[in-house]
Design a protein around this ligand. Structure first.
Ligand SMILES: [Zn+2]
Length: 206
């Protein structure tokens, strides 16, 4: 891979890797000792992924990539926070990734928790869990106000709103998109299929 990575090429590479994973025939590139040694001095990942922490959403596996390929930031329900924004700005400004993928998934426990707050059936005691879930409830309220009711609708809305929030809050990221140096994809991973499906995109051609 000696050509420079572009936004479109990075996204196509991730789609290709995901197809390998779905088909059950991953290439498992960049996972050997030689690659590990090559990367000691420097990393040049071709994309950043901000996804849910769910154990079934292992970024490198579902995109069939290896060491040094992805800069990955995850938390439960992929909820933006200052440390997340800082990590993604680092990926764009310092590592010069041409693509950020915001990755949600079906049957997300964090979205379910947000829905349980709405219905008064939430049953977690942790103060910090509450902080996290409270960052999802405005999305659910917004969805309810326009007639949405299902977890699928809230999941899709949360992915799209996270992409919007990312460009609203980070000037560096917003300017990189405007300058054509960065694309952002919002995508939903389907647990059963293993497939990554496009939900939203900014600054990519497809
Ligand atoms: Zn999740």
């Amino acid at each position: 891979m000696n050509q420079p990575w572009t936004t479109d090429r990075a996204w196509q590479q991730l789609l290709t890797g995901n197809r390998n994973f779905v088909a059950g025939s991953p290439a498992h590139e960049h996972q050997d000792a030689k690659k590990r040694q090559e990367l000691v001095e420097e990393q040049t990942p071709f994309a950043a992924v901000f996804g849910c922490s769910d154990s079934r959403l292992a970024a490198e596996m579902i995109f069939d990539v290896g060491l040094g390929d992805l800069f990955v930031v995850r938390n439960a329900g992929q909820v933006l926070a200052e440390t997340i924004l800082g990590s993604l700005e680092f990926a764009v400004e310092v590592l010069k990734v041409p693509l950020i993928v915001v990755l949600g998934h079906d049957q997300c426990g964090a979205i379910k928790a947000g829905m349980s707050v709405q219905t008064g059936t939430a049953n977690f005691a942790g103060e910090f869990i509450a902080n996290l879930v409270n960052r999802i409830t405005p999305t659910i309220e917004q969805g309810l106000s326009v007639g949405e009711t299902t977890i699928e609708e809230f999941t899709s809305r949360h992915i799209r709103e996270t992409v919007s929030e990312l460009v609203q809050r980070s000037e560096i990221i917003r300017e990189a998109v405007k300058a054509g140096k960065l694309g952002i994809v919002g995508a939903e991973y389907k647990l059963g299929l293993g497939e990554v499906q496009l939900a939203e995109s900014l600054g990519i051609s497809k």
